[in-house]
Design a binder for this molecule. Structure first.
Ligand code: SF4
Ligand code: SF4
Length: 240
């Protein structure tokens, strides 16, 4: 089996619903600007994603109920993040044993509190690998289940074959995520390559809202921008 197929098969065995390889060459400047020299030597990112439990995402309009919030946090964050981090650790080990450098990027780990971002954008890797597009919600939207996916990645210097070009954006005239956000965190601007996230998303407003929720109840969650996207939504929108 060739190294690309071997890695993909391993990811599938470990539970990946989405797998792709991104060529970071054209975006190395952005990658280094975000993550610094520690991420500079990698020209490929292996992108992996696991679907959230759709039935639980559909409950989010009732997120103030403790049982709904607890289910969402557990099954759509903790369990999936743990599986993804295990997966990227195993994939990195596989790459290193074949003689390549490999750095796993956690599913959800912020390194820059001021800018509210991680060392590397897992969503950028998934987009470049051809797995979806960046919606008005700044989430990676897949054709299969919309934004109901959590992502992680492995940065590597292995000569893996890139899996595809970015999907064309399919938000069209939709603005459902913009309308539903309780703090108006989205400007409604469509994603444009190279434009700073701040032009589309006020991450601090979202963070303040979540912090406020959690000061009342540690299980506070939102996720309405994930819930409402018509790509992946199976239930009719809740009137809440
Ligand atoms: S999680 Fe909630 S508050 Fe944050 S951006 Fe999405 S809809 Fe807005
Ligand atoms: S809710 Fe609509 S505008 Fe927002 S990401 Fe989904 S398709 Fe795009």
């Amino acid at each position: 089996m060739d190294p690309d197929s071997k890695l993909e098969s391993l990811a599938e065995r470990l539970g990946a619903d989405f797998y792709g390889v991104a060529d970071l060459g054209p975006v190395l400047g952005t990658v280094v600007e975000q993550g610094g020299n520690v991420v500079a030597g990698y020209h490929r990112a292996v992108s992996v994603g696991i679907k959230m439990v759709g039935e639980i995402v559909d409950m989010l309009p009732r997120r103030e109920e403790p049982s709904v919030a607890a289910r969402y946090m557990h099954h759509c964050y903790d369990v999936i993040n743990y599986k993804l981090d295990n997966m990227t650790s195993r994939l990195a080990t596989e790459l290193r044993s074949a003689g390549h450098a490999a750095l796993p990027v956690p599913a959800s780990k912020r390194y820059d509190d001021e800018l509210i971002r991680a060392i590397f954008s897992n969503k950028m890797a998934a987009r470049l690998a051809g797995l979806g597009w960046i919606g008005r919600s700044c989430l990676l939207v897949t054709p299969e289940v919309g934004p109901r996916v959590r992502w992680a990645a492995v940065l590597t210097d292995a000569p893996l074959e890139a899996t595809g070009a970015p999907e064309p954006e399919r938000c069209g005239d939709c603005e459902e995520c913009v309308s539903i956000c309780p703090v108006g965190a989205f400007t409604g601007r469509a994603f444009t390559e190279g434009e700073p996230r701040e032009a589309r998303f006020d991450a601090r407003a979202c963070e303040r809202y979540l912090t406020g929720l959690r000061s009342c109840d540690a299980r506070g969650v939102c996720g309405l921008c994930v819930y409402v996207c018509p790509h992946g939504r199976t239930a009719a929108p809740d009137a809440d």
